[in-house]
Design a protein around this ligand. Structure first.
Ligand SMILES: C[S@@+](CC[C@H](N)C(=O)[O-])C[C@H]1O[C@@H](n2cnc3c(N)ncnc32)[C@H](O)[C@@H]1O
Length: 255
């Protein structure tokens, strides 16, 4: 069952990568969104959520491929020399923006399970002339990175697509150095919405049905070992559901 959902997600985003445009609006799109029959363009998802400065800093193709629900770098507060990991890096926009912020002494990794997205991201990195980036194939539930190798984990509208969110949060915790932090954009439901009510508001592959509630997110982060967690809604994406910024920290004392 979970394997079926993951395959639907992979197929949906493979198609989005080949179409090469965030206008296909997979996040937020209806079930026909990526077959070219139902093109969704709106202010809830994608390129419009980046400010002019960030939008101008990446190749047009990377901006157009944006399928996120926010700009996680706004909260990640990246510094020169830091190592960053983007969970579900898609066409690479947040990896490229991270790479600029951390500079040549830093490094930005992207992990994605979809070959077509990895190909698009690598092409966008080449267009950008970025040398301090690497896109790795893998799942966010079983990250292809060693323990304690990154300072910051970012992600943009991907955790909601996972069928094993505790594993995603545990993996983010594992690869962070002690004192490391997460800055995630994601869709989050108000606490009163049941899973069935979330599913009434949009599909799983459309980034709606699989969204955690605010309390579920906070509890999940705490269970993984994170501290100082905050979930802040930024904009409405459906009735009772929001684009949100999620922040948390791995304790310095954590091994
Ligand atoms: C909604 S798109 C977001 C892409 C990118 N973060 C952005 O903001 O444009 C979701 C991406 O996550 C990837 N993805 C979804 N579930 C995944 C998983 N379990 N493991 C790895 N990648 C996943 C998809 O292949 C796709 O590229």
């Amino acid at each position: 069952m979970d394997q079926d959902i993951r395959e639907q997600v992979r197929a949906r985003y493979a198609l989005a990568a080949v179409q090469g445009t965030g206008d296909a609006g997979c996040c937020g799109g209806s079930d026909g969104c990526c077959d070219g029959t139902d093109v969704v363009v709106d202010e809830r998802f994608g390129a419009g959520l980046y400010g002019a400065e960030d939008a101008a800093a990446v190749p047009a193709e990377a901006l157009a491929a944006s399928l996120g629900c926010g700009n996680p770098l706004v909260v990640a507060e990246l510094r020169e020399g830091e190592r960053v990991l983007d969970l579900g890096s898609g066409g690479g926009i947040d990896v490229l923006l991270s790479a600029r912020r951390v500079g040549e002494s830093g490094f930005a990794y992207g992990v994605d399970m979809t070959d077509e997205m990895l190909e698009l991201a690598r092409a966008n990195a080449e267009r950008a002339g970025a040398t301090n980036v690497e896109f790795r194939k893998g799942t966010i539930e079983d990250l292809p990175l060693d323990d304690a190798t990154v300072d910051v984990v970012v992600s943009n509208c991907v955790v909601n697509l996972s069928t094993d969110k505790p594993a995603v949060l545990a993996e983010a915790f594992r690869v962070l150095v002690p004192g490391g932090r997460v800055g995630i954009s994601d869709v989050v439901a108000e606490d009163h919405l049941t899973p069935a009510q979330r599913a009434e508001r949009g599909s799983y592959v459309g980034c709606i049905a699989g969204a955690l509630s605010r309390t579920e997110y906070l509890e999940g982060l705490a269970a993984a070992g994170f501290v100082d967690a905050v979930v802040e809604p930024t904009h409405a994406v459906a009735d009772g559901m929001h684009g949100a910024i999620v922040r948390a920290r791995k304790p310095v004392a954590a091994g």
